[in-house]
Design a protein around this ligand. Structure first.
Ligand SMILES: C[S@@+](CC[C@H](N)C(=O)[O-])C[C@H]1O[C@@H](n2cnc3c(N)ncnc32)[C@H](O)[C@@H]1O
Length: 274
């Protein structure tokens, strides 16, 4: 018998994992911004940002700023000399109301959308086209942080699974940051849900370079993945490894729930001593 998906995804993110996630999102965005600003800063170019699961701008449980605030703080520091266009999308009207007040310092640079992210990402793409920018040269980032895995439930909650694949083809220089619940993936797969594996998800998003990181707290673990079409270092200091490296391979093996001798126990999130 298949267990309803909601029963698998009802758990929230733990406090430590949330603090860690926001820190790593900030670091990942800062790297994208530094690359863009180093090449194109001061020449009037735009940096486009889309947050598909924006939330309220603050995580009350962990008491840390949420991804939209993390974005603007990083941009204030690193996007020197670039125009900034930031789109924040969420289905939850309360979350967006709170977000609006939290983004007051950056009001002129932010657009808030009470939409399903599938549709809103298409609107974002159209805004870039209408700005006169050539899609293949447009610079920026997209964050997808749905709380669950690469899966939309019957109410449409989740990531923009269809439009992001289209978007990635048309806008190769816009980096993609994914934060996906890996334990949910393993549970969904075990229940026979038709979910793509994490490797297949990354493989559909038209990026030649992926940095990946696994975070685990309590019973949950997340895959944080940053996809770009330019090469960067691996950023081991904050736990990111190249997908194709030995460490990246080991991380993916754990995320996908396959065992590797001397590595980690994927379900308990603990290091296994040989
Ligand atoms: C994990 S929270 C996001 C947290 C936020 N990124 C942060 O760092 O503070 C997930 C959010 O996705 C929103 N969401 C879920 N499905 C959505 C959809 N289809 N379109 C837009 N927002 C969605 C939820 O309302 C929720 O606010």
């Amino acid at each position: 018998m298949r267990v309803p998906l909601e029963a698998l995804t009802g758990h929230g993110q733990s406090l430590d994992a949330t603090i860690d996630k926001e820190r790593c999102l900030g670091a990942a965005l800062a790297i994208s911004m530094k690359i863009a600003a180093a090449k194109f800063g001061g020449r009037g170019y735009a940096y486009w940002h889309f947050d598909a699961n924006a939330g309220s701008g603050h995580n009350d449980v962990a008491d840390v700023p949420g991804s939209p605030v993390v974005f603007h703080v990083a941009a204030d520091q690193h996007l020197n000399g670039m125009r900034r266009h930031a789109f924040f999308c969420d289905l939850n009207s309360d979350a967006l109301l709170h977000l609006e007040s939290r983004l007051a310092p950056w009001r002129a640079l932010s657009r808030l959308h009470l939409y399903d992210n599938e549709r809103c990402l298409d609107i974002f793409a159209e805004c870039i086209r209408q700005s006169g920018e050539q899609p293949r040269y447009a610079l920026g980032s997209v964050i997808v942080d749905p709380n669950g895995y690469w899966y939309r439930n019957k109410d449409g909650h989740g990531p923009p699974t269809k439009s992001l694949i289209r978007f990635a083809q048309e806008f190769p220089r816009i980096d993609i940051v994914l934060n996906l619940n890996a334990r949910t993936f393993r549970l969904q797969r075990a229940q026979g849900h038709p979910v793509l594996s994490p490797r297949d998800v990354l493989g559909r998003l038209n990026k030649s370079n992926w940095l990946i990181r696994r975070t685990c707290y309590g019973g949950d673990d997340w895959l944080l993945a940053v996809g770009r079409n330019v090469k960067t270092g691996d950023h081991r200091r904050i736990g990111f490894h190249k997908l194709e490296s030995a460490e990246g391979h080991a991380i993916m093996t754990m995320i996908e729930g396959r065992r590797q001798r001397g590595m980690f126990d994927a379900d308990r999130g603990e290091e296994q001593r040989p």
